[in-house]
Design a protein around this ligand. Structure first.
Ligand SMILES: NCc1[nH]cc(CCC(=O)O)c1CC(=O)O
Ligand SMILES: [Mg+2]
Length: 331
């Protein structure tokens, strides 16, 4: 007989629902969710994304409706990604400079409709605007240029802040861009605009459906391994995070989510900063696929994964399942 048994029975506290509720260490609420939304041109358009069943691209009127839905559900933030029309994509991603581009119009429309009831997070990177699908400017050998790209990103971020963005989220993985954007925001009088940096973003096979959604997938030549991180590396993620905090990020993101729980945990333990996980498109698609072949229950799979992010140390999670999760949490 073990020295502790039967003095200690771990099952005692699990025996009834009230007791399980009482002993729960981690809670998830709708305010832990960030809802990524895809914007497209037009009016009254809902364009389903084939590889993300249940997710659509919406024209700005639809995006405003989704934003109001987020407020009703208690979701504090939406994240915006534009599907730029093909004829506005170019080698240099010039459309990113236009203060009236799809993204900026969507930001203004949401802020007008929802004001301070909802935060708007905006993606900074060039892939929705480039004809080659890379997140930055490329040289003759298709190498993604760092400093030249950062200059464009600063302009893109400034336009988004001018349009009313509350959180600027650079997802490009260029070196030094957080500092450059922070300086531009300070100089531009946007002192309270936050930066949530995609600090540890991996060159992942889980981004496929997203690239479909923003229309960059078919265009992408090669891969993003010269700027996004090697999935084999963990110490390097801590260096990335340390730099972004020093450069002025208010919070950091780890992306993708589930396969990188160790990174989330290490970042939280080491730096104690707000950490967010991006449960990316491929992760969403896997849950939906499991549901559709009867391999698992979507709601249960989803909530288990979300609580794992909280347990690992996340302040919140970006997930396409945000409205589904919020409804479940709201009962
Ligand atoms: N700037 C690109 C960007 N911003 C968010 C995602 C992926 C999100 C997802 O898969 O849900 C990507 C894809 C990429 O790096 O190719
Ligand atoms: Mg970095």
């Amino acid at each position: 007989m073990s020295a502790s048994y039967p003095n200690i029975r771990m099952r005692r506290t699990r025996a009834s629902r009230w007791s399980r509720d009482l002993h729960r260490e981690t809670v998830m609420t709708p305010s832990d969710l960030i809802w990524p939304l895809f914007v497209t041109e037009g009016q009254g358009v809902e364009d389903p994304v084939k590889t993300l069943p249940g997710v659509s691209r919406w024209s700005i009127d639809g995006i405003v409706a989704r934003a109001k839905e987020a407020v009703e559900l208690g979701i504090p933030v939406v994240a915006l990604f534009p599907n730029t029309p093909a004829d506005k994509r170019s080698d240099d991603g010039a459309e990113a400079h236009d203060p009236d581009n799809l993204m900026c119009r969507a930001i203004r429309a949401i802020k007008q409709a929802c004001g301070n009831d909802l935060g708007v997070l905006t993606d900074v990177a060039l892939d929705p605007y480039t004809s080659h699908g890379q997140d930055g400017l490329v040289d003759d050998s298709d190498y993604v240029l760092n400093d030249e790209t950062v200059a464009v990103l600063v302009d893109q971020a400034t336009n988004q802040a001018e349009a009313g963005a509350d959180i600027i989220a650079p997802s490009d993985m260029m070196d030094g861009r957080v500092h450059a954007i922070r300086m531009a925001l300070e100089m531009g009088g946007h002192r309270n605009v936050q930066i949530m940096s995609y600090a540890a973003k991996y060159a992942s096979a889980f981004y496929g459906p997203f690239r479909d959604a923003v229309g960059s997938g078919g265009l992408l030549k090669g891969d993003k391994k010269s700027y996004q991180m090697d999935p084999a590396n963990g110490d390097e993620a801590l260096r990335e995070v340390e730099l972004d905090i020093a450069e002025g990020a208010d919070s950091v993101m780890v992306k993708p989510g589930l396969a990188y729980l160790d990174i989330i945990y290490r970042v939280k333990q080491r730096f104690g900063v707000p950490v967010f996980a991006y449960q990316v498109s491929g992760e969403y698609a896997m849950i939906e696929a499991a549901q559709s072949v009867g391999a698992g229950d979507r709601d249960a799979l989803l909530m288990e994964k979300l609580i794992a992010f909280k347990r690992a140390g996340c302040s919140g999670v970006l997930t396409y399942h945000a409205p589904v999760a919020a409804r479940l949490l709201n009962g």
